[in-house]
Design a protein around this ligand. Sequence first.
Ligand code: URP
Ligand code: ZN
Ligand code: ZN
Length: 470
Amino acid sequence: MRTLIRNGLVVSPQGTQAMDVLVDGETIAALYEPGPQVDQLATSVDRVIDAAGKYVVPGGIDAHTHMELPFGGTFASDTFETGTRAAAWGGTTTIIDFAVQKYGERVQDGLAAWHAKADGNCFIDYGFHQIIGGVDDDSLKAMDELVDEGITSFKLFMAYPGVFYSDDGQILRAMQQARNNGSTIMMHAENGIAIDVLVSQALARGDTAPINHGLTRPWETEEEATHRAIMLARMTGAPLYIVHMSAKQAVNTLQQARDEGLNVFGETCPQYLYLSLEENLGAPGFEGAKWVCSTPLRSREEGHQDELWRYLRTNDLSIVSTDHCPFCMKEQKELGVGDFSKIPNGIGSVEHRMDLIYQGVADGKLSVQRWVELCSTTPARMFGLYPQKGVIAPGSDADIVVYDPNGHTSIGYEKTHHMNMDHSAWEGYEIDGHVDVVMSRGEVLVDDEGFHGSKGRGRYLKRGLSQYLI
Ligand code: URP
Ligand code: ZN
Ligand code: ZN
């Protein structure tokens, strides 16, 4: 099957160029300057997609998702089937999900359980990071084995004592291991010990509403943990990637470390760019539970959201992922009625990331090149998928999105929702752009006629090491 995408503007971090793209089978075969020679080619291919007036961008890579994550006595509501289908609808053609090693379990068993959930069920390609829930001699050894299996990044938690938490000694040991095997440490940077005290005190006072989730995780708990993680990375020389950053002070600390030349990186998520403690977590009644996630949404009055957009522009933040971890209100978020600490943590966004960050382009906060860099190219480079993914170039997988900057998308549960949830955390968001065509390895999954993908076509991606190693 040969497809020609004509008359579009191909976008990469380096620039935007009018180019026609020839896809042959699963890969990109060639790029042509538009002209009469392409007219000839157009008559010989199987399919022509007209992208006049539209951007042609590499498929989105969401480097932080949690399909079916066990959390707080329940499971994230998207399966690999429903979650990857929703991702494709929104222009994301690769996810990297987190396999979980629970405390007391062998890392390899945790990974096998994740393959069992994902293999044969995905609509798009997928890879794994590995959560290490119990750092000890065995799990450290397993890290080396996993690198050989294409799992080259390991998430540790400075939060959630008694669940995923690692103490500083464990973090140090895992970082030493990463330094030696070339992998990247991903850090959930919140001071979980301090947070647990604040949570108990709030509940004892009778402060049980969802907003207390944010009030008991003040920015200092994120900034302190970020600083500590950076110092531990500095001692060991391990590359460090701090996930879901929301506090401007924490990113400022990261910025200083980057300016000193340390190999440290930060990720933020759409929820921290748009939503807030006051308007969302503080919504009347139990409504705020929809937006309980960790790190928490921050105060708009304090100006975190604007600062994060700025840090995206200046590359102090390198990637936008979703931390997609959806829960329904009914029977899931509702577990925390009367006790905010029992609300499962997470928001569903995998379907909307490309649109929500494109809105930053429409609003003049980011360039279109930076949008592609944040949502596709850097995730590919950071997590060992480049140039198979993250770029429109000959030889790369034909994961391509045709995006219409003159189109419009109204996000809402009744309108554009495919995630397995009973609400949308993004209800009412209006986007000045539209995902027109989504192609994954040469196959059109989404176009104006609807969805064409099939379950199980997504392949496991054995990842290489980060290209940002020093
Ligand atoms: O609230 C969140 N972030 N839920 C998912 C688990 C995690 O810490 O990433
Ligand atoms: Zn986390
Ligand atoms: Zn997460």
